[in-house]
Design a binder for this molecule. Structure first.
Ligand SMILES: C[S@@+](CC[C@H](N)C(=O)[O-])C[C@H]1O[C@@H](n2cnc3c(N)ncnc32)[C@H](O)[C@@H]1O
Length: 205
């Protein structure tokens, strides 16, 4: 579920979202995340769930990129920006479950997506990732994360996020653990220029 109130609505507009990402340091964070955790190799098949305008593509090597998002404006923006560097599909994990393009991936990623989804939708997303992976493929997801003794400023900023389902490390682990048995998680308490806490989970099939 996503909050669409007030100024936050503007973050649905790709240009506004991309500018906001640059200002708060989210682009530098994405670059580090892609280098250190996604670790794609040239030629890998990479599926990006909730790809938005496919910002991630600028830090990936020459991969076979397949992005999906429910926001058709984001997908149109991604097609205009990246052209033939990837395939960009409008839809969600339920409508695309039987689509044979979403198979045999080396890596599936979902960056900033699960906190927009309730537990049932997030479970479907993780199952979709598992089904789309080759044996030994990896699902990498990156999310906002609550921690004990959270600072009041980060609590306020994260509480204002459009995604209404930010979780604790244990809650993310429990969700992923229903589908994947090998999970590594890392919490970062200073990921950007603003007070915020994130978690990255690497799940192996
Ligand atoms: C915070 S943005 C992240 C976009 C992109 N992954 C990035 O790192 O820039 C979350 C994205 O998830 C998409 N989204 C939300 N719910 C979705 C769903 N059920 N299926 C597919 N995409 C979804 C939104 O449209 C939005 O583009």
């Amino acid at each position: 579920m996503q909050s669409e109130s007030g100024l936050l609505r503007w973050l649905n507009v790709p240009l506004v979202y991309n500018a906001f990402s640059a200002v708060v340091g989210a682009n530098a964070l994405r670059r580090r995340l892609i280098q250190n955790h996604v670790r794609a190799k040239p030629g890998d098949k990479v599926i990006d769930i909730g790809c938005g305008s496919a910002l991630a593509l600028q830090w990936l090597p020459g991969v076979q990129y397949l992005g999906l998002d429910i926001n058709s404006d984001c997908i149109a923006f991604a097609r205009r920006t990246h052209g033939a560097r990837g395939t960009f599909v409008v839809g969600d994990v339920r409508s695309l479950r039987a689509d044979s393009r979403f198979r045999d991936a080396d890596i599936v990623m979902a960056l900033g997506v699960l906190h927009h989804l309730d537990d049932r939708e997030a479970g479907d997303c993780i199952q979709f990732a598992h089904d789309a992976l080759k044996p030994n493929g990896r699902f990498v997801c990156h999310e906002a994360c609550w921690i004990p003794n959270q600072g009041s400023v980060s609590k306020y900023i994260m509480g204002s996020d459009r995604g209404r389902n930010i979780r604790t490390e244990q809650q993310y682990r429990d969700l992923a653990g229903k589908v994947f048995s090998k999970i590594e998680a890392r919490v970062d308490t200073k990921p950007m220029r603003i007070p915020y806490v994130t978690i990255v989970l690497e799940c192996e099939k």
